[in-house]
Design a protein around this ligand. Sequence first.
Ligand code: NAD
Length: 473
Amino acid sequence: MNYHLTINGQSVPGASTFDVINPADKSVLAAAPKASVEQLNNAVAAAKAAFPAWSALSYEQRREKLMALADAIEAAGGELMQSLTQEQGKPMKGFADMGSGFEFGGTLAWMRATASYDLPPEVIQDNDTARIELHRKPLGVVGSITPWNYPLLITVWHVIPALLTGNTVVVKPSEMTPLTVLRFGEIAKDILPPGVLNVVAGDGEIGAAISSHPDISKIVFTGSTPTGKAIMHSAADNLKRLTLELGGNDAGIVLADADIEAIAPKIFATAFINNGQTCAALKRLYVHKSVHDQLCAALTGIAKAMKTGNGMDESSDFGPLQNEKQFNIVKELAKDAKARGAHFLCGGEVTDDSGYFYPVTLVNNISDGARLVDEEQFGPILPIIKFNDVEDAIARANASNNGLGGSVWSRDIAAAQQVASRLECGSAWVNHHAMIQPDAPFGGVKDSGFGVEFGEAGLKEFTSIQTVHIYPG
Ligand code: NAD
């Protein structure tokens, strides 16, 4: 299949191409079009030219277009899900149906839910003295830079609220997984006015050109903390607004009274969702000593039934890691854990290197200070740390520079909520983890970034406030 950039409502070839690798067999899946900086400039110019007419439409008019886009994306579902599996690695179905179908279903759900919102003016005062209204204005051209773990879902998280509020967009998917988003752009160009949504592909060089571009008013970025910091530096020159959704190293704390058999499947699912390549996956599990052995046994029982293999194979629960760099990070963290005497309950050995396959791995007899605990693994390997005192567990959970999510697991909801309220993170869950929905704001604190996505709060991030003061004439 041929892939194109989308610039000003046209499908255009890249200035050059780059190979996209299928992580399940390391073969070249496609030659993706690579945008030059000149093409990026064209895309930004097109978005800028499209802004006045697009922002002048009502929410209802823009909503109609975005709902039509959701319908067109739904109609292309088979092709898009296969493309996700081939470039990202996740199974079509997978463990608990959380593969490409899950990402695709989430994409449609988020598109339609987000497009249904409104941001009407608020009246702050209305009396004989004055009427004061608060209006939300679009910012202009928004640059969206996305990672490789959920290529399509994260694109719509960025693009739909930006467009609904009246902005125009230039999106750059990860160079690891550009294909599904390139197709998204090709479908969108037949529905949205030219220049409203442009898709350019390329690596960090194009990303950097986006984040420093003088005609872009805001960057919405999902990716690693170091890249987020680089973007913040280069966005400073024209005071770009930023939403930065960065890395996480979420802790889960299991209290002594937790119902282990009930929570083990949920802990497993939320630690290994998308093969661990999920920003807000449960990445460090702190377990009270009285239930530690029982929970380790329950999780190991689930893990041992899992099959890791090519995502196109219906029987695979998990696919490969998305890329070689991430595969090597996971192997390095496991090596460090082994060298420190950690105990591997399952997994830990690569048995098939025809693709970037790393088995589902559980590690205990490990503690803070090991790289696997202190760093974000972003892969299918979970450290389980025993604790005696909940105060100590809270302190260790909060010792991380990251602050995306955290969870507390207990039969005593009030006690769990009390502990959860003390976690330094943007989302806190009781008896679950990594649960998100289109109407509940999601974002990080500390090195996990700032700003939120989803719901009305997320929509407002794509606007500036204009306060209108009206006095009698
Ligand atoms: P990454 O930071 O390497 O790349 C993300 C994107 O940034 C890519 O499109 C890349 O081309 C671009 N980029 C690279 N250098 C750039 C630069 N100097 N300027 C502008 N753009 C640049 O991240 P990744 O490896 O693709 O993704 C994995 C990371 O993303 C993990 O740390 C994960 O936790 C995080 N993540 C966070 C969330 C969240 O919502 N908080 C969601 C998914 C992933």
